[in-house]
Design a protein around this ligand. Sequence first.
Ligand SMILES: [Zn+2]
Length: 421
Amino acid sequence: MILTARLLLPISDPPILDGGLFIRDGAICAVGKASELIREFPTEPHDDLGSAVILPGLVNAHTHLELTGLHGRLPLGKSFTEWVTALLDLRSELDDAFFTTSARLGTTTLLRSGVTCVADITTFGRSVAPLMAAGLRGIIFQEILGPHPEQAMERLDAAEKAIQSLQLQTDGSLLSVGLSPHAPYSLSEPLLLRCAELLRRRNLPATIHLAESPEEVAYIGLGLGPIASELLPAVGRHSPSHRVCGESPVAFIDRAGLLSEQLLAVHGVHVGGADLELLKQRGVALAMCPRSNYYLNVGTAPLTRYLASGLRVGLGTDSLASNETLSLWDEMQFAHRLYGGVVKAQQLVTMATLGGATALGMAGAIGSLTPGKWADLTAMAIDHLDDADPYGSLLSQASDGLVVLSMVEGKIVYQREGAER
Ligand SMILES: [Zn+2]
């Protein structure tokens, strides 16, 4: 089929006014001017979306869909430690039905916002079924925590079994499976070492919350601060479960053997010059979550340095436990204001598409509208497109409600009500 619209943003190539794609067997066969495609493939069915922008499907590089139902139930704008402690307390009271409903709601919300690929962290495996039913692509990361060194073996065994179960469930789907050691402060050093060994042995992708807060920096480097005095004692741990030797979180995680091209580090708010060099050397990818950082009062990530450094950088919303919406459009618009226009609309749209795909190791298959890649795309109805500033006019007007349709491998996975084709 030929799909055309007022504007096509391939991302890896310049915008095409009155552009379109020729899709066959789920893949993009040709990209160009609508008139040329219609002339070249005259017998193909043609669907014109009118005043709309076609772009690659969005990649949400960091979510916890099982926590969607926590919206408004945690203290935002206070301290990071207060938030984590409240989250752990609340999570222990929730039941399976809550996580199942949350994951379903989160998946529907992603679909409505133009997401076609997601990196989701799961504790109970409840996001698998809705993501598969929705036909979305992505990586499901099994979460693992455990600050008590003596629990390391048992926790790792449980995580490995959970991974095997997730792999069985996702077999033949567009979802793959990885491991998410939660954060440098919530796993003991022996458990982090075992996670690194498991990741190498099974060649799995990984993701970790890294260098998120000043509290994490103080705890990893000095064994001090509210994580040592409040958070860990609340779970029965009264001394650091790692060798305290003045390291940054990034250096500590490298010593544990976790920094690699297979690692997606989330947040990266507190990363110094030496840390940045280490991340580059190891080929680590990053997921930025600017609104979550803002709501948890942890600081602002050095995004301009990351983009200039050539690191792979994607964009995520995090969960509704630390954010107001799961919309990547809201995330891009917030980041545009936060970085005062220093980070351009084009860079943000690229982060939310090709950047995320690159960070997840999927750029050979998705992330840009390029012949040979899968037809994973979304389309946004935009009335007033400024031809001289296509990315800016898209970003300033875009919202979830304007998503017309999304496709994964050429199949429609979302279509706005009343816009059935
Ligand atoms: Zn998170």
